[in-house]
Design a protein around this ligand. Structure first.
Ligand code: ADP
Ligand code: MG
Length: 671
């Protein structure tokens, strides 16, 4: 066969225009390089991998690109396949100058026009043969059912019907190469680019693959075969020889083979949002697949998120629970109370101040807006009933003491104002005292001895439980204040006067009036007035601070978990650089890669968040079972889950961007 160097398609400056108006006139070259150079910087100098190459390939040709290693064959293939751009010169695909296309348009062109077959197959190891074949159709937007059927059809045609669900690791080299050819055919790409497709195969499998490429060419595919092996090149109809980045020979072994181009398989995919949803569904599916492929690492990453979310929920539940129980206890005391204590403000009262007198309490009753005034004095004494002794706090009180404190009776009655006036030896017992002295017996009507004087039990108080400081409020006995002064306490002064204000809106006014009144009587500020609303505020503030601290600790653990996710994702991107390159070569746009990695981070964080919510609620309930006060509410759970999700979004972004910005050529050759 004679060499027809540049006979019909001059490789010289005439370029694609000459080719298009060549013998066939109407035929536009599918691939047309005009004066294309590709220059790599190499230290101070540069490497001219392609040096002013002009080459036109018509639809339907079977061209072998030959040359020694380093002659620029792969560089040419990358430019032809739109994985790389020329440093200078123009490259047209079916008449379209690729320099005018942006990255996404280029990806779309790659996806619809070129099918790549690589020396080392470049299948994704985690996917089955069928799934590998489907990838280009995924990025072309072909519906799932359609592409699955086409993948099976193609694999069957290449004699792999029994291997459809095998992973690349379970296939021989020849089988893998046939899978990669099926992948190249998935979008019915009119041009097949094969870079040393037989390089890694034994001669039998190599022959099979070459025969297959020949068949595809006979069906109308343009085949561009790159090889250094003359026997392989002999299968082609045209051999272009390269040396040092230049074409040195263009030999046509058969007459002109130009045919109308195969129409590219362009599925009329849905547009806009409808296009995005299947992409997303696919990305989620791939995310789960890749999580599954790295199950141990995924579990560890998940653990960080799970602990973060769970601790946020548990901590907030404990904090809120503490707050709620404090609030409950305080509201039991009542929020419209003012308490007068002896002792100047700022000086801690020792309780022995003898400045607050029963007469002060009586004077307070005359003020407007007051519902009840309850002076009191306490001391600790032993109560005796039969042979039982019980040491408790005996409080001298007025008849309206229970009203002021909103404290109902469980049985019997409270002593009356008359009892107070008459120094009656009567007593009302708290639950704890009644229980300790009488057990199951009814104390009402019985007598207890205090300092050897018998007191008739008039009633038993309802249980009040522990106060805000954890003290048992039921461990008390009440006697008339007058009786107490006479028989128990000695000198007549009060420990405190509790004033119940009729309308809690009047508290500031009543407090001011009380202050004036007592100061007037004492001619000194030797007392303090506190209101429970202030106390409540302080308690809420304290609890809020506690909740905030707990929440912050938990949030920090979530942040740490997020950084863990990012770290793992970045490692993942590096590890999967080759996969990213393969996906790009098979038509993935930057946005597809971005979406995929973002989705993976989101899926990890979402799953971790969900598990964390369940675990956090479980832990909170467990603590409740152990007696800790908790308050579970929806908001922290939603918040923590949202935070986990946000963590995925934020910390997945950087790795995803890194992945999407990879240069396909670099990614593909990454080891
Ligand atoms: P072939 O595929 O024919 O073996 P290549 O196209 O891979 O040759 O390489 C052509 C020339 O370009 C070689 O000299 C190679 O060293 C150089 N080259 C290829 N890729 C790069 C790169 N990314 N950076 C620098 N030089 C490169
Ligand atoms: Mg090469």
């Amino acid at each position: 066969m004679s060499a027809i160097l540049g006979a019909t398609h001059p490789a010289g400056p005439a370029g694609p225009a000459g080719a298009a108006s060549g013998m066939d006139g109407a035929l536009v070259p599918i691939v047309a390089l005009d004066d294309v150079s590709r220059i790599y910087p190499n230290g101070e100098t540069v490497v001219r991998a392609l040096d002013r190459v002009s080459l036109a390939i018509l639809p339907g040709e079977f061209v072998a690109i030959m040359g020694q290693s380093g002659s620029g064959k792969s560089t040419l293939m990358n430019i032809v396949g739109c994985l790389d751009r020329a440093s200078s010169g123009t490259y047209r695909v079916a008449g379209v100058d690729v320099a005018e296309l942006d990255a996404d348009a280029l990806a779309a062109l790659r996806c619809s026009t070129f099918g790549f077959v690589f020396q080392r197959y470049n299948l994704l190891p985690a996917l089955t043969a069928a799934e590998n074949v489907e990838i280009p159709a995924v990025y072309a937007g072909t519906p799932k059912a359609e592409r699955a059927e086409r993948a099976r059809m193609l694999l069957a045609r290449l004699g792999l019907q029994a291997r459809v669900d095998h992973t690349p690791g379970q296939l021989s080299g020849g089988q893998q190469q046939r899978v990669s050819i099926a992948r190249a055919l998935m979008n019915a790409a009119p041009v097949i680019l094969a870079d040393e497709p037989t390089g890694a195969l034994d001669s039998r499998s190599g022959e099979d693959v070459l025969a297959l490429l020949g068949e595809l060419n006979a069906e109308g595919h343009t085949v561009i075969l790159i090889t250094h092996d003359p026997d392989v090149a002999a299968h082609a109809h045209r051999i272009v020889r390269f040396q040092d980045g230049r074409i040195v020979e263009d030999e046509r072994r058969r007459p002109e083979a130009g045919r109308p181009a195969l129409p590219a398989h362009r599925p009329a995919g849905p547009a806009g949002m409808m296009r995005f949803l299947p992409d997303l569904a696919e990305a989620v599916r791939m995310a789960f697949a890749s999580m599954h492929a790295n199950i141990f690492r995924t579990a560890l990453t998940l653990l960080g998120i799970v602990i973060g979310v769970a601790s946020v929920i548990t901590m907030l539940a404990v904090g809120d629970g503490g707050k709620r129980s404090v609030l409950e206890r305080i509201s039991q005391i009542g929020t419209n109370l003012l308490v007068v204590r002896p002792g100047a403000p700022g000086i801690r009262s020792s309780g022995d101040n003898a400045t607050l007198l029963p007469e002060d309490a009586e004077a307070l009753r005359s003020l407007p807006g007051i519902a009840a005034v309850a002076p009191e004095r306490s001391g600790r004494y032993t109560l005796r009933y039969g042979s039982k002794d019980y040491f408790t706090q005996v409080t001298g009180a007025s008849a309206d003491y229970l009203e002021a404190r909103d404290w109902p009776l469980a049985s019997g009655v409270m002593f009356s104002a008359a009892d107070v006036r008459s120094y009656a030896p009567v007593i009302v017992l708290g639950q704890t005292v009644a229980h300790n002295l009488f057990g199951a017996e009814d104390p009402v009507g019985r007598y207890v001895l205090v300092k050897n004087v018998p007191y008739e039990v008039l009633g038993v108080l309802a249980s009040k439980g522990a106060n805000a400081f954890g003290q048992d409020q039921d461990d008390v006995a009440l006697v008339p204040l007058s009786t107490g002064f006479m028989r128990l306490y000695g000198r007549r002064f009060l420990n405190s006067v509790t004033v119940k204000v009729a309308d809690s809106g009047d508290i500031p006014a009543v407090e001011a009036a009380m202050r004036r009144l007592i100061a007037d009587r004492h001619q000194a500020e030797d007392f303090q007035i506190r209101n429970t609303a202030q106390f409540l505020e302080t308690a809420i503030e304290t609890q809020n601070t506690l909740t905030l601290v707990l929440g912050c600790v938990a949030a920090i653990s979530l942040l740490v978990a997020g950084i863990g996710v990012m770290n793992i994702m970045l490692v993942g991107v590096t590890e999967r650089t080759r996969e990213i390159g393969i996906r790009m070569a098979t038509g993935a746009r930057m946005s597809n890669i971005m979406l995929q990695f973002n989705t993976e981070a989101l899926v990890v964080c979402g799953v971790g968040g969900a598990v964390g919510v369940v675990l956090g609620i479980g832990a909170a309930l467990g603590l409740e079972a152990l007696g800790v006060n908790i308050a579970l509410s929806l908001a922290p759970a939603l918040l923590a889950f949202a935070c986990a999700f946000l963590t995925g979004l934020v910390f997945g972004y950087l790795p995803a961007r890194k992945a999407a910005r990879l240069d396909p050529v670099v990614a593909l050759s990454y080891e």
